[in-house]
Design a protein around this ligand. Sequence first.
Ligand SMILES: *[C@@H]1O[C@H](CO)[C@@H](O)[C@H](O)[C@H]1NC(C)=O
Ligand SMILES: *[C@@H]1O[C@H](CO)[C@@H](O)[C@H](O)[C@H]1NC(C)=O
Ligand SMILES: *[C@@H]1O[C@H](CO)[C@@H](O)[C@H](O)[C@H]1NC(C)=O
Ligand SMILES: *[C@@H]1O[C@H](CO)[C@@H](O)[C@H](O)[C@H]1NC(C)=O
Ligand SMILES: *[C@@H]1O[C@H](CO)[C@@H](O)[C@H](O)[C@H]1NC(C)=O
Ligand SMILES: *[C@@H]1O[C@H](CO)[C@@H](O)[C@H](O)[C@H]1NC(C)=O
Ligand SMILES: *[C@@H]1O[C@H](CO)[C@@H](O)[C@H](O)[C@H]1NC(C)=O
Ligand SMILES: *[C@@H]1O[C@H](CO)[C@@H](O)[C@H](O)[C@H]1NC(C)=O
Length: 637
Amino acid sequence: MLTHSFKWLLLGALAAQHSVAEPLFRQQNPDITVNSFNTAQEAAVLQATTDLLAAESLVASCSSCISLLKVVKNLAIISESLFLSTLISVCKRSGFDPIVCEGTIREQGPVLRHVLRTINVSGKDGHILCAATIDSCPYPVVDQWNLTFPSPKPANAQPPAPSGQEITVLHLSDWHVDPFYEMGAEAACDKPICCRPEFTNYENITQPASIWGAYTCDTPITLLESMLEYIPSVTDKYAFAILTGDVPPHEVWSTLPYNKTQGIETLSYDLLHAHFDTPGLIDAKLYPVVGNHEAAPTNLFPHNVSQIPKGDDKQFLNLTWLYETMSESWSGWLETEATFELVHNSGSYVAYPTDGLVIIGLNTMFCYTLNWWNMESGGEKDPNGIFQWMIHHLQMAEDEGKRVWIIGHIAPGDNTCLHDYSNYYYQIVERYAPHVIAGQFFGHTHRDELEIFYENAKQKAGKAISTAYLAPSMTPFSMMNPGFRVYKIDAVTFEVMDSLTYVADLDQVDDWEETGPNWHLEYSAREAYSSSEASLGPKEPLSPAWWHNVTKSFEESDSMFEKYYNFRSKSSPDLPECDQACRTNLICGIRAGKSELRCDYQRDDMNQTSEVSLFSQRQRNPEKFAYMKDLCSGMDH
Ligand SMILES: *[C@@H]1O[C@H](CO)[C@@H](O)[C@H](O)[C@H]1NC(C)=O
Ligand SMILES: *[C@@H]1O[C@H](CO)[C@@H](O)[C@H](O)[C@H]1NC(C)=O
Ligand SMILES: *[C@@H]1O[C@H](CO)[C@@H](O)[C@H](O)[C@H]1NC(C)=O
Ligand SMILES: *[C@@H]1O[C@H](CO)[C@@H](O)[C@H](O)[C@H]1NC(C)=O
Ligand SMILES: *[C@@H]1O[C@H](CO)[C@@H](O)[C@H](O)[C@H]1NC(C)=O
Ligand SMILES: *[C@@H]1O[C@H](CO)[C@@H](O)[C@H](O)[C@H]1NC(C)=O
Ligand SMILES: *[C@@H]1O[C@H](CO)[C@@H](O)[C@H](O)[C@H]1NC(C)=O
Ligand SMILES: *[C@@H]1O[C@H](CO)[C@@H](O)[C@H](O)[C@H]1NC(C)=O
């Protein structure tokens, strides 16, 4: 399953890497006939793809990746149909699933082709593509840029003292509902997601899908409803709730026509309204954000300067339909002003859920490595002015003495967030935390994770200024128990006092016949992670400094780390071993509020020293391949 999804995602990523400003191939080769041209190009793309897949060392893989980009870029200059048909053919001949090849390339190809034509393959653009999407080149260093702020950071900025009163907030993420899920269908199929009639040979079913879900499939409605019914039993009252993106399924090869994806979104939000707007049920306002899967085709969120390919049949790529659909689906929860704002602000909005708290609902897709629009020309440092917009609202909150929560889909320290964007975002956090930003909340990885931000990126308890919580996914895809999160929040400071994670053990599905899913508290972060090294007084919040000390306990104590490692995957069965290198890597990731501080990629700045341990001179070894699989299956979370 993992291998399979790795393969088709790699494929999608490969197909996407294109560029280099070279003279038009056609002009150079005016006498080539279309047929021989077609065959020759296909052979060239196939050869380059084979070389890349076979590359053993990072050096070989980087040069193979750049070569592939060159041949594919040449192809992009000819007609769109030739471009698509060649890539589809090579995809199939490389052993990928034919339906997935065909669909993914038809959907992603036109934007890919367009973007490819604008970028310099052998320059920084090409290297970023190869580094960011499949980790096959050293990652180019960040283009240094200092954001400007309306006022300097106040001296000795400190968060306010806790009030002792608490409210409860619900955090849902990564639903990935599959309306085509069918009980009894094949759960061990050869497509990226299973449990669908179309991928089932009813003559010979090896693993029938249960009524509640399967580890190889997206979420059936039954599982969603059981969770929504269980949620009110956790507490008397929710002050409000957040949903950090990704409602549609992982069917990335078939998201079009866009009204198919739109229909799934509308139906899902209708279901959510039924539960969130009804006294006796959840009965609270829900603040959602868009994830990479909200778009159709998946991941492709254009910038306001993006050149949408011409043709009436391509105008939906501007995503106006998506922002308008969200505006409608989220009304009743968001103020009218916010529903209007998100349409004109590429999906981002502000909301005021309760006195003293501002929510910045951020569309994080301008940082995503697989949003090809981010690669186009590569010049903008603040796409659509979203950083300036954030700064404006954070400054207002500072001036008015309010606290801010930032909610989004992809966390800035994630390995799928572009380093440059992440660096600029981190500067904003450094300016407005800890006194204004009281919390950050994301999803996307499907795992239960966190990221810590520091003043001047100094990874010490005394310098820790903000924590981002990555909530577990609802979907069991892939190989993970479904889950959700509940926070105990100080009613005045809006700091997190406790983080409670709930899961259902899908491996026990055979015992659920009479009882339904066994939703239960998996752990309280306050209880699980308090230790002599990281201790908390009864009134103290889970501060960034405390979390930093928790990561130190992960370094020093096997049992503390194992606890984290198990919770990170929601206590799912069959976790792979995590050896010392893996452990170092995961702890490094927690302390990396910006993606350039991570330890799981190859840097281009070998001579610069950093506080984080580097896996620098590393060649492409089995560990790295294991990591790549994780990255690639994670890529499309
Ligand atoms: C592309 O990048 C390479 C390497 O940085 C550079 O030498 C070349 O001039 C660039 N080409 C264009 C057209 O900018
Ligand atoms: C950004 O600010 C830092 C510290 O103030 C300064 O050292 C650096 O030169 C500035 N960088 C740029 C590109 O302006
Ligand atoms: C059923 O499917 C399995 C796995 O795909 C295969 O190994 C087996 O030979 C099949 N059996 C029959 C009777 O087709
Ligand atoms: C999408 O739109 C097309 C053309 O307008 C229509 O034929 C089709 O039924 C729609 N599909 C859905 C799922 O709404
Ligand atoms: C986006 O495309 C739609 C058609 O799908 C069109 O009506 C709309 O004007 C376009 N919006 C922008 C901002 O270009
Ligand atoms: C795109 O957004 C930027 C930043 O807000 C703005 O300066 C620019 O005018 C916008 N461009 C278009 C074409 O809307
Ligand atoms: C973190 O650890 C340091 C060093 O042991 C200690 O001084 C500090 O009080 C701890 N802070 C928290 C919040 O646990
Ligand atoms: C990096 O280090 C190597 C060897 O230590 C040296 O030859 C090279 O010039 C350095 N590069 C830069 C950009 O400082």
